[in-house]
Design a protein around this ligand. Structure first.
Ligand code: HEM
Length: 477
């Protein structure tokens, strides 16, 4: 009896306190003028509707229906157990991008923060500013331009190994090898194919669990991702140990790759990153740059495969660049600056099919927006498609039109595949170079037909082709 009292009483009391907490919270929320919308069922909210639309590649349908029904500026929903205000249009993007550290701060689900605990995405405020500056000192155009010939060389080796001599390839499968190889080579100077393929298998495990429920129990995706992260970090730690010695003995150069750069470069306060911080940031950059780039490259292969006239114009531009070079000479910075039409094509692909479906922020305090109250700790979402798919911002918006980016291009805050403001994508220039170098080499060497010209792409969590995008290859002579 005593035992029962000991267990039942505290449990009942806890449940009662929780009940009171939720009731007061609901009463408090009811008094506020919240954005219109539907919070759905407790905890689940509208998660299932959002998932369904994502898996059909139609997140924008979920959003546009609610913009029409409630308010085209902002509406409320609830997903993954969080109350969310979705900020729409150029005004919504502008608000979230320009109020970082004032009313809002970057927010990621706890799975990301737990797996990348000491990295940039877990930091806000001045701490984030310092880390961004340090990482950017490697990822900026002035530094990356020196790595262009190396990028071209890696791409040629990749095509020789994985594309040459094949009649059919599954694009999504081999581009993941490409983007991983490129990142490992530039970040860690890792080139051994066996070591790369071992690390890639851990990395795939990591990617499956990084965005999702952070339940750390044997068998869950998150648990496997934790184990994979440990294995990857162990491998990078070994490379780091040897590199420190090599740098001291002048056998390695400080400009060799990102790892050397981080080991020898202090941040703006004069502090060097600790080993654990380097490991987590390295994992972050591999993660942030991997799914995104392989998604974009697959999309480009699809659009070019379906639009021979655009393919021909890209090929013309790339052949003109090659004709101005000596036999076997690798691409240089000046060559990439001439790839204007090709980049406009990529930009239009990123408008029509942004691989990243936006980002999240946390409300740092109660504030009002578009005459509604936004409560502290609500999550705020921006999605590039609320502007990319607005006919008042992009005329004939369903049409593929690379000329939109000529001259002044889209108006501010309307075009946002890489986000905006102080938390804008850090790898934009890296992605631009990687994608253009790939396009240069692939159009010069192949034409292709899509096995399923209507193959759909779904968000999971980045855009990916449902069947991996198999294509029939025809080598150019
Ligand atoms: C075309 C390919 C890519 C696209 C479309 C893309 C898109 C994005 C977007 C939309 C964000 C902002 C999320 C937000 O506002 O919450 C972001 C952040 C980020 N991206 Fe990318 N990305 C790409 C490639 C890359 C690459 C190649 C790297 C690394 C080399 C990278 C590293 C990062 C990092 C570190 C952040 C976090 C920045 C911060 O929190 O301050 N991205 N990316």
């Amino acid at each position: 009896m005593e035992m029962i009292k000991l267990i039942v009483l505290p449990t009942a009391l806890t449940l009662f306190v929780l009940f009171l907490y939720f009731i007061t919270k609901i009463i408090k929320l009811r008094k506020l003028n919240l954005p219109k919308g539907n919070l759905g069922l407790p905890v689940i909210g509208e998660t299932l509707e959002f998932f369904k639309a994502s898996l059909e590649g139609k997140q924008i349908r979920f959003i546009q229906e609610r913009m029409k029904k409630y308010d085209s500026r902002v509406f409320k929903t609830s997903m993954f157990g969080e109350n969310i205000a979705v900020f729409c249009g150029t005004a919504g993007n502008k608000y979230l991008f320009s109020n970082e550290n004032k009313n809002v701060q970057l927010w990621w689900p706890s799975s990301v923060k737990r797996l990348l605990r000491l990295s940039l995405v877990s930091e806000v405020g001045d701490e984030a500013k310092i880390t961004r500056k340090l990482l950017m000192s490697f990822l900026n155009p002035e530094t990356l331009r020196n790595y262009l010939p190396k990028m071209d060389w890696i791409t040629q080796q990749h095509i020789n190994t994985h594309w040459k001599g094949k009649e059919q390839v599954v694009v999504y499968e081999i581009t993941q090898i490409y983007t991983f190889q490129m990142a490992c080579c530039l970040f860690l100077s890792m080139e051994d194919p066996i070591q790369l393929s071992n690390l890639l298998s851990y990395f795939e495990e990591f990617l499956k669990g990084v965005i999702g429920f952070s339940i750390n129990f044997p068998g869950t995706r998150f648990h496997k991702a934790m184990k994979a992260a440990d294995a990857i970090k162990k491998e990078i730690k070994l490379i780091m140990k040897k590199r420190k010695v090599d740098l001291e003995e002048k056998k390695a150069s400080p400009a060799q790759d990102l790892l050397s750069h981080l080991l020898v470069t202090p941040d703006t306060s004069g502090r060097f990153m600790s080993e654990a911080e380097i490991l987590d940031n390295m994992l972050l950059l591999l993660f942030a740059g991997h799914d995104t780039s392989k998604s974009v490259i697959s999309l480009i292969m699809k659009y070019l495969g379906n639009m021979p006239e655009v393919y021909e114009q890209v090929l013309k531009e790339q052949l003109e660049i090659s004709q101005g070079k000596k036999e076997g000479e690798l691409l240089q910075w000046e060559d990439v600056q001439k790839m204007k039409y090709s980049w406009n094509v990529v930009s239009e692909v990123l408008r029509l099919s942004p691989p990243v479906g936006g980002g999240y922020r946390n409300a740092m305090k109660d504030f009002s927006y578009a005459s509604y109250n936004i409560p502290i700790d609500w999550k705020l979402h921006w999605n590039p498609q609320t502007t990319h798919m607005d006919p008042t911002l992009f005329t004939n918006l369903e049409n593929f039109d690379a000329s939109r980016y000529e001259g002044e291009g889209p108006i501010p805050y309307s075009y946002a595949p890489f986000g905006g403001g102080p938390r804008m994508c850090l790898g934009q220039e890296f992605a631009r170079l990687e994608i253009l170098v790939f396009m240069h080499n692939i159009v010069k060497r192949f034409k292709w037909d899509l096995v399923n010209p209507d193959e759909k792409f779904k968000y999971d969590p980045m855009l990916e082709p449902e069947k991996g995008l198999p294509i029939q290859l025809h080598p150019s002579h």
